[in-house]
Design a protein around this ligand. Structure first.
Ligand SMILES: [Fe+2]
Ligand SMILES: [Fe+2]
Length: 235
């Protein structure tokens, strides 16, 4: 798996310089064409994002299909952990590439960021609810209803256009940067944090350590041997 292939030496402190810079080099982009719309390639940025989406959906299913509060608590933590990291990594790695590389990228990225902001606020409410609370499931369902639309748009529109414009090696590089970035992002929702460069990086770095310390004391799904903060659930 990609995450396992990353060497510790590469997991150094995330700085503004290690966040993907706007890409203008012609070698990294290719002219948009219908032929470029191919199946998801192994190791591509699309593949890692699709994997995250399926994981988020799986945690959601575990919560709504259980009546055991302990199980719901464990998967609530896993859901928040996965979605919080995924959203910020997209904002740091994927949306800047969409913004700079696609003709209508600015509008696409702004729309995605606005949808993320809604999701983060919903996630913030959800992460503070107890499984026995009467708002617990309705809050999660409302969050997921909007999130499923966002996921569908990303998978069927945004990522398709991005992959069509990227050379394959650049897509794989973005996938590596995406996974590395997730190691440094906050693991809980902080809807007040900026979601556009350059401030998102600094705020994320400040917030992430506290989240990770608190993760130590949270409960996690028992099916996973490697859990946060030591790397998180393995797929
Ligand atoms: Fe997203
Ligand atoms: Fe996503």
């Amino acid at each position: 798996m990609l995450r396992q292939s990353l060497r510790p030496a590469r997991l150094r402190v995330l700085t503004a310089r290690s966040v993907p810079a706007p890409i203008a080099c012609a070698k990294l982009w290719r002219p948009y064409s219908d032929e470029a719309k191919t199946a998801i390639q192994p190791g591509s940025i699309s593949e890692v994002i699709h994997q995250d989406h399926r994981q988020i959906e799986k945690y959601y299913d575990k919560i709504v299909n259980s009546s055991d509060h302990d199980v719901q608590r464990r998967y609530q933590n896993a859901f928040v952990w996965e979605l919080a990291r995924h959203a910020i990594a997209e904002e740091l790695v994927v949306y800047p590439s969409i913004e700079t590389g696609l003709n209508d990228g600015r509008e696409m990225a702004d729309k995605d960021r606005a949808e993320h902001q809604v999701a983060k606020e919903q996630l913030y409410t959800f992460q503070n609810l107890e499984p026995g609370d009467r708002h617990f499931i309705p809050t999660l369902e409302a969050l997921m209803k909007d999130l499923k639309m966002h996921i569908k748009e990303e998978e069927e529109h945004d990522l398709v256009k991005l992959e069509a414009a990227l050379v394959p090696s650049r897509s794989r590089k973005l996938a590596e940067q995406f996974e590395m970035t997730k190691a440094f992002t906050p693991t809980r929702s902080h809807p007040g944090a900026p979601n556009k460069p350059p401030f998102e990086t600094a705020v994320g770095l400040l917030t992430a350590p506290l989240d990770k310390i608190r993760d130590i004391f949270r409960s996690w799904p028992e099916e996973y041997s490697a859990r946060p903060p030591s790397g998180g659930p393995s797929r």
